[in-house]
Design a protein around this ligand. Structure first.
Ligand code: AHR
Length: 498
C-alpha cells in the first residue's frame, strides 16, 4: 500500500473556484433534448410545460450553475426563429450532424429558458456563425434581453413573454475549425470580432461573449484569437471584443476510429484513460500560458465548454446519437478533471461536461419513464461544495514523487473545508494522511464512491451499484487525519474550520 502525506495550509487561500466550472451542456443530439429533457405536454411522464420533472429534480440536487444549448455542432445549423411561436406551426429541419433525423423545433428558445428557470441555472446560448448571419444572432440577443419596445421585443411579447430574460453567456459559434465552418483561425478570429460587435449589451444585461476556440493542444489557434482581444482605438477605454474563449478536450483511451467500449475494457485501457484525463492539466496550462502573454491581467477567461469521455456507442443504438454507458471509470475521469480545474481557477472561468442527459458522459440516462443516475452524477454531487469556494493548494508527498495514483484538491467556503481525494490505482489501496496546517478541523464527515469493479455501472434494476456511502476508514494519528482509500475510489472529506 502506498503512503502519501497531503499537506494543506488552511489559512492560505487561492483563487475562487467559479461555480461555472460545474457547468452543463445540452445539445439537440440523440436523446438529450427529446426524451431526455423534453417529453412534451401530452406525455404520461410527469412534466411541467413539456419538461421532464424527474430530470429537473435530479439536476437541482447538483446546483447546476449553467446550461449550454443548442449545440455543439447543431448550433451552427440552428435558426432560432424556427423555434418560437405555436409549436405545431414551427418549421422542421434535418439534423445533419446527429443521425440525419428530423428536428421538429418543439424545444426552442422559450422552452430552453423555462428549463433554465426550473433548474435554477444560467443559460449559455451558443449562436450560429457557421450558417447563420450577424443579423440573426444580433436579433436573438435583442429578443431575449431587451426591455421596452423594439421589433424583437414585440415579437417576444407576441409569443407570450413580457419581461426580458437575463442571458449573460453567449457563444460566438462552435468549433469553427471543424463542424462550425471549417475555418482558418484568422478568418474565425475576424468573424468573432464582427459577431461580438453586434451582440449588444441591452440595458443591464451585460454579455460575456465566448469566441469559438481551440481543440486540444492547438495553442496557435488560441494565440490567433488572443491577438484580437482588444478593440483598441474604438473607444476611449479599450474593451475586449470577447470576454472568454473556448477550448474542447475529450478523454479517449485510444484513437478516434477505435474509442472502445464504455463497459468492456481492461486495466490497460483504464490506465490509458486516466493518462488521457490527466492530460487536461497540460492543455489548460498551455492555453493559459499563451493567454498570459496577451492578457497578463487575466481579464479574458478560458472556457472548457466541452469535456468528458467519448466511447463507442452502445451496441444496437444509432451511431449518430452518441449514447454510451457510464461506469466507475467515468466517475474517476470526472474527479480528476475537477482537481485540475480547481488548480486552474484563476484563468478557467467555466467548464461544461458533454453532455447532461443520454449523450456521451452523461449525469442521467433515461429509457422511457425510467431514470438512472450515473457514477459521474455522484461526483458532481459530492463535489458541489467546491462551487464558489476559495481554493486551497494540496501538496502531495510520498515515495512516488509524481504520486500518479492519487489526485486531490481542496477548498474552503463559509468556514467549511471540502477535500476531494481519488485513488486511481486499479488494485492497491492508498494510505493518505492529511497534514493540515494553519488551523484545525471540527467534526469530520466523509463519503466514498467506489464499486467492486471499474466496469460497474447503474441500471434501472440496480440503480445504486455505484453510489456514495459513508466512509469510516479514517482516524486521527500524531501525523494528522489518516484515511485508507480502497482501490479505484473517490472520497470527499468535509469539516468545519475549528
Ligand atoms: O458533444 C458532441 C460534439 O462534440 C459537439 O456537438 C461538438 O461541438 C463536438 O465535436
Amino acid at each position: 500500500m502506498s503512503d502519501t502525506t497531503a499537506v494543506i495550509n488552511l489559512d492560505l487561500t487561492g483563487p475562487t473556484i467559479s461555480r461555472h466550472l460545474y457547468g452543463h451542456f445540452a445539445e439537440h443530439l440523440g436523446r438529450c433534448i427529446y426524451g431526455g429533457f423534453w417529453v412534451g405536454e401530452d406525455s404520461p411522464i410527469p412534466n411541467e410545460g413539456g419538461i421532464r420533472l424527474d430530470v429537473v429534480e435530479a439536476l437541482r440536487a447538483l446546483n447546476i450553475p449553467n446550461l449550454r444549448w443548442p449545440g455543439g455542432c447543431f448550433a451552427d445549423e440552428y435558426h432560432w426563429k424556427d423555434g418560437i411561436g405555436p409549436r405545431e406551426q414551427r418549421p422542421r429541419m434535418v439534423n445533419t450532424h446527429w443521425g440525419n433525423v428530423e428536428e421538429n423545433n418543439h424545444f426552442g428558445t422559450h422552452e430552453f429558458m423555462a428549463l433554465c428557470e426550473l433548474l435554477g441555472a444560467e443559460p449559455y446560448i451558443s449562436g450560429n456563425v457557421g450558417s447563420g448571419t450577424v443579423q440573426e444572432m444580433s436579433e436573438w440577443v435583442e429578443y431575449l434581453t431587451r426591455d421596452g419596445d423594439s421589433p424583437m421585443v414585440r415579437l417576444r411579447k407576441a409569443n407570450g413573454r413580457e419581461e426580458p430574460w437575463r442571458v449573460k453567456f453567449w457563444g460566438i459559434g462552435n468549433e469553427t475549425w471543424g463542424c462550425g465552418g471549417n475555418m482558418r483561425a484568422e478568418y474565425s478570429a475576424d468573424l468573432a470580432r464582427q459577431y461580438a460587435t453586434y451582440c449588444r449589451d441591452h440595458g443591464e444585461n451585460k454579455l460575456y461573449r465566448i469566441a469559438s476556440g481551440a481543440s486540444d493542444a492547438d495553442y496557435k489557434w488560441t494565440e490567433t484569437l488572443m491577438q484580437q482581444i482588444s478593440c483598441f482605438g474604438c473607444e476611449a477605454t479599450p474593451k475586449n471584443f470577447f470576454q472568454g474563449l473556448s477550448v474542447h478536450y475529450y478523454t479517449l483511451a485510444g484513437p478516434w476510429e477505435a474509442k472502445g467500449s464504455a463497459t468492456d475494457f481492461d486495466t490497460d485501457d483504464y490506465y490509458r484513460t486516466m493518462a488521457a484525463a490527466r492530460k487536461i492539466d497540460r492543455i489548460l496550462t498551455g492555453h493559459s500560458t499563451v493567454m498570459d502573454v496577451y492578457d497578463p491581467g487575466r481579464t479574458v477567461g478560458l472556457v472548457l465548454d466541452e469535456w468528458g469521455t467519448w466511447w463507442d456507442v452502445e451496441p444496437g443504438t444509432n451511431p449518430g446519437f452518441l449514447f454510451q454507458q457510464n461506469t466507475l471509470r467515468d466517475a474517476l475521469v470526472a474527479s480528476v478533471h475537477f482537481d485540475i480545474f480547481h488548480k486552474h481557477a484563476a484563468r478557467l472561468h467555466m467548464a461544461n461536461i458533454a453532455q447532461t442527459v443520454n449523450v456521451l458522459q452523461a449525469m442521467i440516462l433515461t429509457d422511457g419513464d425510467s431514470l438512472v443516475l450515473t457514477p459521474t452524477y455522484h461526483v458532481f454531487e459530492m463535489n458541489k461544495g467546491h462551487q464558489d469556494a476559495s481554493s486551497l493548494t494540496v501538496h502531495l508527498r510520498g515515495e512516488d514523487a509524481e504520486q500518479e495514483h492519487l489526485s486531490a484538491s481542496a477548498s474552503v467556503k463559509d468556514g467549511t473545508v471540502l477535500i476531494s481525494l481519488s485513488n486511481l490505482d486499479a488494485e492497491e489501496p492508498a494510505r493518505v494522511t492529511l497534514d493540515l496546517r494553519g488551523g484545525g478541523l471540527g467534526a469530520t464527515t466523509a463519503r466514498i464512491l467506489t464499486a467492486d469493479r471499474l466496469q460497474d455501472h447503474n441500471a434501472p434494476g440496480a440503480p445504486e451499484t455505484v453510489a456514495p456511502r459513508a466512509f469510516e476508514d479514517l482516524k486521527t494519528t500524531d501525523r494528522g487525519l489518516e484515511l485508507t482509500l480502497p482501490p479505484h475510489s473517490f472520497v470527499t472529506v468535509r469539516a468545519p474550520l475549528a
